[in-house]
Design a protein around this ligand. Sequence first.
Ligand code: SF4
Ligand code: SF4
Length: 358
Amino acid sequence: MSLANSKPHDSGLKPQDSSLKTSPMSTIDLPILNGTSFRAKFETELLAAPVIRTLQINIGYVCNLACRHCHVESSPARIAPEDNMSEETARRIADWALTQSCLQNIDITGGSPEMNPNFRWMVEMFHEAGLHIMDRCNPTIIDFVDRKTGRSYEWVPEFLATNQVEVIASMPCYSEENVEKQRGKGSFNASVEGLLKLNAAGYGVDPNLRLNLVYNPVGAVLPPPQDDLQADYKRELKDRFGLVFNELWTITNMPIKRWRHELERTGELASYMSMLINAYNPHTIDDLMCRHQINIDPRGRLYDCDFNQALDMPTPHLHDRFIWELDVDDLTDRVIATDDHCYGCTAGAGSSCGGALA
Ligand code: SF4
Ligand code: SF4
């Protein structure tokens, strides 16, 4: 879309209100951004769409892995109660979501969502209510046994299949070397094993059980074209392991948290930001995920996306509001909190929870 010709309401953009600036400085804070900051670029605010159909729930930050690019800095150590959704909060959210007639999709993310003890009953409740559920699953969880608690996760494939959950499985590459660079030793074979168990439960085979894989680059580059890479993944994973899946979604590494620290360590932050800014693509704006969803943290507080949640950048005007204090209809056309990390979503073919945008 053309920003210059866009009507404020229809385009998702409206004149900026300086009082809405939510972060005291750029989320990136580099000299290179002078005059090219995401907010300065538009002199407009980004607005949510007139209808919101997706609730993205970050159920907790605990994970069996600690990947180098993880934007929520998940790890096995993130077990503090404030980092993981309690049963009381989960019940409030589930009860609230079931009263919101416009919601159609529940997108559960983490950490490793299956590690939260509330995951199973929430999924069953949403499934019974006829909602479409997505689980952002790290497939190594399926073979993981927690040595401290003895808890295992071999139940995951059958449970997800029974509740017709769409699985969005992270698989950063089809090469063992690249996966292990990001996720640690043994993570490639564990991922393949987990994905094969999902196949055995019908995922990627039964048309009602969709299995989509997520790729993100290992280095400081943009993802390659999604369709080309999908063809490579399908060929390699089928030929080598007999593994099948539906779609591959490419996601850009956001210049925040662990990935930003890595870029700082290697001296690549400025060049990475330059690359994102130079690759800005206005055709990504309509479908940015923040415009079509609401996102909540493990305590039930509202954000526009999981990246803003990681940066603790709440939705403007709604600081520290809990989702059950609001109505989804109050959140349509809302002003979205943006800053320079947003260039990660608008670069090249764009990037979202559902892969490339344009
Ligand atoms: S598997 Fe996902 S949530 Fe867990 S550390 Fe890796 S990127 Fe983060
Ligand atoms: S990071 Fe991306 S999804 Fe989040 S507010 Fe910015 S553009 Fe929207």
